[in-house]
Design a protein around this ligand. Sequence first.
Ligand SMILES: Nc1ncnc2c1ncn2[C@@H]1O[C@H](COP(=O)(O)OP(=O)(O)O)[C@@H](O)[C@H]1O
Ligand SMILES: N[C@@H](CC(=O)OP(=O)(O)O)C(=O)O
Length: 452
Amino acid sequence: MKVIKFGGSSLASSQQLRKVIEIVEDDPTRRCVVVSAPGKRNPADTKVTDLLIRYADQVIAGSDYTNVQQEIIARYQEIALGFNLTPEEFAPIKRAILNLPLKKYQNNTYLMAAFKAHGERLNAQLIARVFNIVGIAAQYLDPKDAGMVVTDVPDDAQILQESYANMRKWQNNAQVLVVPGFFAYNANGEICTFSRGGSDITGAVMARGLNADLYENFTDVDAIYSVNPNIVAHPHAIAHMTFREMRELSYAGFSVFHDEALIPAIQGDIAVNVRNTNHPQAPGTIISARIKPNKDYPVRGITASKRFCGLYISKYLLNKEVGFTRKVLDVLYKFNISYEHMPSGIDDITIIMSEDNLTPELEQSLMAEMQTAIQPDEMHMIHDYAIVMVVGEGMHDTIGIMAKATKALAQAGIRLQMINQGASEISIMFGVAQDEANQAVAALYNEFFQHD
Ligand SMILES: Nc1ncnc2c1ncn2[C@@H]1O[C@H](COP(=O)(O)OP(=O)(O)O)[C@@H](O)[C@H]1O
Ligand SMILES: N[C@@H](CC(=O)OP(=O)(O)O)C(=O)O
């Protein structure tokens, strides 16, 4: 059996939902459908999740929220009307949107999570009803009834392992399951969402829990490309890639598939097939544990991420000071900050972390504490920082990749602030200025992919 997930772009309107119905009807082994909230109908449009965030912000601020409430209702109404739902059938969805501010929440973080989650929850309920209308035997399955339990972090939850055993009982369900993506419940039964884009995670969790043969992830591109198609026009499409390659690439910018969604797929050894709802005949990209190496393309993908900053610390004889790194990590631990990478030299070290971790106040306190703990000769935060990654399993066995990459970057006039090769030897990372990141990606793409 297959678990299939449809992203917001595939569910943005009744017209899009018709394509989804055809895809579900086309293959009887597609037994579990995970859905996102309605996404953008055009580039200028707003995702329902973002409307719900605005709605929650206005409720928290005590301001007038009637306009955004109506805008959200209208998004679902268009889909309902497209399939001739009666006003009585649509009433529970409308009521749920209107009643969101009346419910009790532990605090505003839980309120925000519950508002956001309703984008997927109401869409799944509506879609299950639409499936019934068009003749697909389907039922809505709430994450609570599915047995999905997550950590108590309302906006960045992680799945708890016990969920998988709970989910087994849905394996051979007579009806197609329609499951809302993006959220589940903590042990107290409160709604917690995954991080943004997290419906991909729900799809992977369901695929593992139901022991699926394949996880199909339907989006709005024909394949995963070797570079983000918004940076290089008509890039090389990837037919097949490994979990490790995709994890490195999605973590650093391939937003087409959530990096955390790969973990359940890896644990369950379930291949992922990324495909296009608007062009379902295209085979898409398969992500799996192992693939045959392709000597022509040792590099699988190139990406850049601008969501990082770097704390540069320099201290003479740092290499001889026992416990130096421990002190640095102790300070980060005290501020509850995780780091992403830590390239070091004999007298200096850069701690690369996510910008999302830091507010200006937090940064100031962190620097003050670091100053006291390690007494550096020099220390500063680099905000103008981007990471460019070159990723490929084939790089390990190919001589000269680094030389080619640095030559291409030098010819494009890119100044390198840092170079780091992952211990697994499947990725090389370059630190560059943010405004040079896209140019760096394009230069590397030309070097590694423009020879055919
Ligand atoms: N390497 C890549 N290959 C394909 N698409 C990419 C890549 N990097 C970024 N993207 C972007 O990811 C988008 C699809 O992801 P997303 O917007 O989250 O879709 P959905 O709404 O279906 O979940 C594409 O339209 C494309 O702009
Ligand atoms: N709707 C949520 C979760 C999600 O995964 O959406 P999408 O599949 O449209 O990226 C978000 O916007 O973050």
